[in-house]
Design a binder for this molecule. Structure first.
Ligand code: HEM
Length: 446
């Protein structure tokens, strides 16, 4: 049986390559073996095997023989969220939490937020100064953070939520630069090294956010009103089969992970979609014509069903899947994936970025071509921006909703222009791929 191989360079060099140039790292692995590799540059506390064929993705997602399980592992996410977040839950507790949250993030619950999302996009865009370059990622982050705050907390203590939002954005940005992000990847650097160390600042900010969220929880515990329809109320009122409610620490972990994931990935996707649409006048004109066909004041539910808009958003998520790979699964008993032996105790994952770049599925994969999503249907193992199976993204529907409505709102109402037409390559920020220096200029509202 063919073994999965590592790249030939030393592990420390691979680690630096992964931090500095993740896309280059993946592409080098693909050239070495078009199916799978040992990703020794990524430190999860134990070896990580990455598979990137649709067949392997199907085996991992379906997990038919039950040999794969969710597990808690050391990663930069643990450094950010601590031990009680969604990403560190395993087994029954993990399933319970998914069962609890998924219905709140689907169907009519999020559809009710359509108009709010469009209004928030307009509010944010209106304060962007005209005729001067703005950071697309910062604007997108503002939009998605406001949506997530509203969904999580409702609108009871606006001032506190704005403080949480501010601190969260600051904390996430602390490790945004490649160099500053290094402590997230090397545990020995996760120490307070004095007043100017980013880790000290990170700990202080995390502490401030924790205190604000704990204060919110304490006040709600004193007068929990079940008529409130926000996610925090739902989480606080939920119990498991034994009648146990979530502890304050668990609540904090979930709130932090939702705030972080709900914001970072969605913001990056929104920024990538604007970049691609404003790069290509034909795509933009076609999208605008489709949006105009709905007339003024279209219903958000009609907007999100538009075929070309959907194709543009799918192509954005294909080319820039934001999270380069799925959350690793633990191999409980030795098994075979895609004909390769995988031993017990190993972590395995699906390399989404590399599947989305496969020439045999997506001809000319480096070309942004929304038409491919109009002409063909791809299986959930060929197109998988939200992963699949036991750890699939619980916020995918909400994310797509925001992505489509944010794009539709700016294309219909604002005249924007890229500050320059140089190619923007994906760069790593924390765990995701972002258009780091993407800038646009707003001319006038249309
Ligand atoms: C475009 C935006 C987004 C993308 C591309 C994305 C992608 C992903 C991916 C690939 C995974 C791992 C799936 C797997 O391993 O099978 C994931 C997990 C997760 N996502 Fe998202 N996500 C997005 C937005 C969101 C939003 C808006 C939320 C929250 C409202 C969210 C919450 C989560 C959570 C909690 C998990 C962990 C699930 C678990 O451990 O069971 N995501 N996401």
């Amino acid at each position: 049986m063919k073994e999965v191989e590592s790249l030939k360079t030393p592990v420390w060099m691979q680690r630096i390559e992964y931090i500095a140039n993740p896309v280059g790292y993946w592409e080098r692995a693909y050239r070495a073996d078009p199916d799978a590799f040992w990703a020794k540059g990524i430190d999860f506390g134990c070896p990580l095997m990455v598979f990137y064929t649709p067949e392997a993705a199907q085996e991992i997602i379906e997990n038919r023989n039950g040999h794969l399980s969710t597990t808690s592992f050391d990663s930069e996410l643990k450094a950010i969220f601590g031990d009680s977040s969604f990403f560190t839950l395993e087994g029954i507790r993990h399933q319970q939490m998914r069962k609890l949250l998924i219905p709140m993030l689907q169907g009519k619950h999020i559809q009710a937020y359509g108009q709010l999302i469009c209004n928030l996009v307009n509010d944010v865009m209106q304060i962007v100064p005209a005729h001067q370059p703005f950071s697309v990622l910062e604007v997108a982050q503002d939009i998605s953070m406001q949506v997530m705050i509203k969904l999580l907390f409702g609108s009871y203590h606006q001032e506190r939520y704005q403080q949480i939002k501010y601190l969260m954005v600051e904390m996430v940005s602390l490790f945004a630069a490649n160099i500053a992000g290094i402590p997230l990847f090397f545990r020995f650097l996760q120490r307070d090294l004095g007043s100017i160390s980013p880790w000290r600042k990170f700990l202080q900010q995390r502490q401030q956010i924790k205190e604000l969220i704990y204060r919110e929880i304490a006040e709600r515990r004193a007068r929990l009103d079940l008529k409130w329809e926000d996610l925090l109320t739902l989480l606080m009122s939920a119990t498991d089969e034994k009648g146990n409610a979530l502890s304050d620490e668990e609540l904090l972990g979930q709130v932090l992970s939702l705030l972080f994931t709900g914001n970072e990935s969605t913001a990056a996707s929104i920024a990538w979609s604007w970049y691609r649409v404003y790069c290509d006048a034909e795509i933009k004109a076609r999208l605008l014509a489709e949006l105009n066909s709905l007339g003024n004041s279209a219903d958000p539910l009609d907007i999100i069903r538009l075929p070309y808009l959907s194709a543009v958003c799918n192509e954005t998520l294909r080319m820039y899947p934001v999270t380069m790979f799925m959350i690793p699964r633990l191999v409980k008993a030795a098994t075979k994936i895609n004909g390769r032996r995988v031993d017990s105790g190993v972590l395995i994952t699906v390399g989404t970025y590399l599947i989305h770049q496969r020439e045999d599925i997506y001809p000319d994969p480096k070309i942004f071509n929304p038409e491919r999503f109009l002409d063909s249907r791809f299986s959930p193992y060929e197109f998988l921006p939200f992963g699949g199976g036991i750890r699939s993204c619980i916020g995918g529907e909400l994310a797509l909703y925001q992505l489509k409505l944010a794009l539709a709102t700016v294309v219909s109402h604002y005249q924007l222009e890229l500050t320059n037409h140089r190619l923007v390559s994906p760069q790593r920020r924390n765990t995701i791929l972002i258009p780091r220096r993407l800038k646009m200029t707003k001319h006038t509202a249309l």
